[in-house]
Design a protein around this ligand. Structure first.
Ligand code: AMP
Length: 281
């Protein structure tokens, strides 16, 4: 497995690579969720690449950029075992040299849900992902359903700007107690870690109600809030039942919907989502 940290080295390493090339963009501190994307890429691509870059432009001024967990040697060992051929680990200066001044915005999608409570977040995500798409020119790029809005936004970006990279969305990987895997789970102390299971439990209650015939979106949101309220360590930031394509809030679930939420457990902000009708896995 080759490890490169400049765009020039990356281009040279990719020049003779067998096609198709698959790309898995990450911010590192890897877990099984990330590795599931690498394995999927391994199944579908002749050359599997990943990037590890904690992208400063997608963090708000009060967010956890400085404390975001990092462990490059461990990440590289995990990627090698999962079958990656090439890893790109650029510095902030390599990605954003002095004078950098071009930004990408996926307008409507980036204003909803996460975008509403994290202004500027998706501008940072879209910009760095378009840079990665241009740098790698991969045939396919793999993203997790865990970050459903991000995945949708990147699909839209790829379609609107003709990037030539097919965006593949892969299922959320969960811990044995169904907490969605996330690098940020390491912030949780044991009591908070237990409390964090409330996200998926709340979302499952909405799925259960939907399957028993409930179609009123507000009743689904309210059921999610009720389950979450029973967990004293959790503070809900938002609950959404939205059109699965446009992310517009629904009154009636009369089309595929994304049910998503953001919750603070202590200072740690966690997100999770499920689809209606439930995805068949
Ligand atoms: P991150 O390092 O958090 O930026 O995540 C990199 C990629 O891994 C993104 O496409 C995420 O959606 C995906 N990812 C993160 N957690 C999970 C998970 N639990 N299951 C599946 N994919 C995930």
């Amino acid at each position: 497995m080759q490890v490169v940290s400049t765009v020039a080295q990356l281009r040279a390493a990719l020049a003779g690579a067998p096609r198709p090339v698959g790309l898995v963009p990450t911010m590192g501190y890897l877990h099984e969720g990330h590795l599931s994307l690498v394995r999927r890429a391994r199944q579908e691509c002749a050359f599997v690449t990943a990037s590890i870059f904690v992208n400063p432009t997608q963090f708000g001024p009060k967010e956890d950029l400085a404390s975001y967990p990092r462990d490059l040697p461990r990440d590289l060992a995990m990627l090698e075992r999962a079958g990656a051929d090439l890893v790109f680990t650029p510095s902030v200066e390599e990605m954003y040299p002095a004078g950098f001044d071009t930004w990408v915005e996926v307008s409507a999608l980036s204003r909803r849900l996460e975008g509403e409570v994290r202004p500027g977040h998706f501008r940072g995500v879209a910009t760095v992902v378009l840079k990665l798409f241009n740098q790698f020119r991969a045939e396919r790029a793999y993203f997790g359903q865990k970050d459903a809005q991000q995945a949708l936004l990147i699909q839209k970006l790829a379609a609107d700007l003709d990037t030539g990279t097919q965006v593949v969305i892969c299922p959320t990987v969960r811990e044995p107690d169904d907490l969605a895997m996330s690098s940020r789970n390491t912030y949780l102390d044991p009591a908070q870690r237990k409390a964090a299971t409330v996200l998926y439990r709340s979302l499952c209650e909405a799925q259960r109600l939907y399957q028993s015939g409930e179609r009123d979106a507000e009743r689904l949101r309210s059921a999610i809030r009720t389950v979450s309220a029973a967990e004293p360590l959790a503070r809900v930031q938002y609950v959404s039942v939205a059109d699965a394509g446009t992310l517009e809030e629904l009154a009636v679930v009369d089309r595929p919907a994304l049910v998503s939420m953001a919750v603070f457990v202590g200072k740690t902000r966690l997100i999770d989502n499920v689809l209606l009708p439930p995805a068949v896995s």
